[in-house]
Design a protein around this ligand. Structure first.
Ligand SMILES: Nc1ncnc2c1ncn2[C@@H]1O[C@H](COP(=O)(O)OP(=O)(O)O)[C@@H](O)[C@H]1O
Ligand SMILES: [Mg+2]
Length: 240
């Protein structure tokens, strides 16, 4: 489970996270919504230790992410993260791109790593694209390749940061379907998203971020049907 306890984080004088508390249970899907600059991406990068925090604690399966003794490389193997865009190696095929991390980071042999990569690529619907080069993929296919790449490390947790934001509208659906499939398989996920229908459909809980504070968290029916905070109401009205 991921336990976030009273986390504060600043960039210089700018306070970006102002006391975030959130526990994500195994198998749970939490989506994070909120305006630009509210701290959503920063929270994800703190969870997998890409960014330090000022005060508070983040525990992943009981391991304190920001403790000096924590092996961050090992921790990150267990927490896949997918961003808006991932620049694949253009001179490597789709299969080779996905094979890279299991080989280099986990030290798995070529044949076994290829088997893992192929399995994950098939899983996200790219079984026909193994020997294609990334530039030949659509944006939606590239994002699914990025998801397969993260899954190839066999993580227990997946963090998604607006993975459909850079896509043409007609390509959004196939990527959201992939996330939905992972959710239904029981993956523990935190998804930052602007896709409200997706958040409503797939989440166990929806968290609304406002200026570095988690203003509200609840079941999707509650957040979308009966938001308690004026900011949540205003935000939802602005994105509808
Ligand atoms: N590396 C950084 N250095 C300085 N400021 C940053 C950095 N990353 C993010 N910020 C600032 O922190 C605030 C929160 O950013 P972010 O977490 O990306 O918000 P969101 O993902 O909700 O749009 C913004 O004001 C942003 O400009
Ligand atoms: Mg962001």
């Amino acid at each position: 489970m991921i336990k976030i306890q009273n986390v504060h984080k600043s960039f210089g004088p700018l306070k970006v996270l102002k006391g975030i508390d959130l526990t994500v249970e195994k198998g749970e899907v939490v989506t994070v919504i909120g305006g630009s600059g509210s701290g959503k991406s920063t929270l994800l990068t703190c969870i997998n230790g890409l960014e330090p925090i000022d005060t508070g604690r983040i525990l992943v399966d009981g391991t304190e992410v920001h403790a000096r003794t924590t092996d961050l490389n090992r921790l990150r193997q267990n927490i896949g993260i997918v961003f808006q865009q991932w620049n694949a190696f253009p001179h490597l095929t789709v299969l080779e791109n996905v094979t890279l991390a299991p080989r280099k980071v986990l030290g798995i042999g070529k044949a076994e790593a290829e088997a893992i990569a192929e399995k994950q690529l098939r899983h996200v619907g790219l079984g026909e694209k193994l020997s294609t080069f990334p530039s030949r993929l659509s944006g939606g296919q590239q994002q699914r390749m990025a998801i397969a790449r993260a899954l190839a490390m066999s993580p227990d947790y997946m963090l998604f940061d607006e993975v459909t934001s850079a896509l043409d509208p007609q390509l959004v659906g196939e990527v959201l379907e992939t996330l939905k499939m992972l959710a239904e398989e029981g993956m523990t996920m935190i998804c930052v998203t602007h896709e409200m229908a997706f958040a409503r459909d797939v989440s166990d809980r929806v968290a609304y971020f406002h200026k570095g504070i988690m203003a509200e968290i609840g079941a999707p029916e509650q957040i979308f049907g009966d938001p308690q905070h004026p900011e949540t109401r205003a935000f939802l009205a602005s994105v509808r």
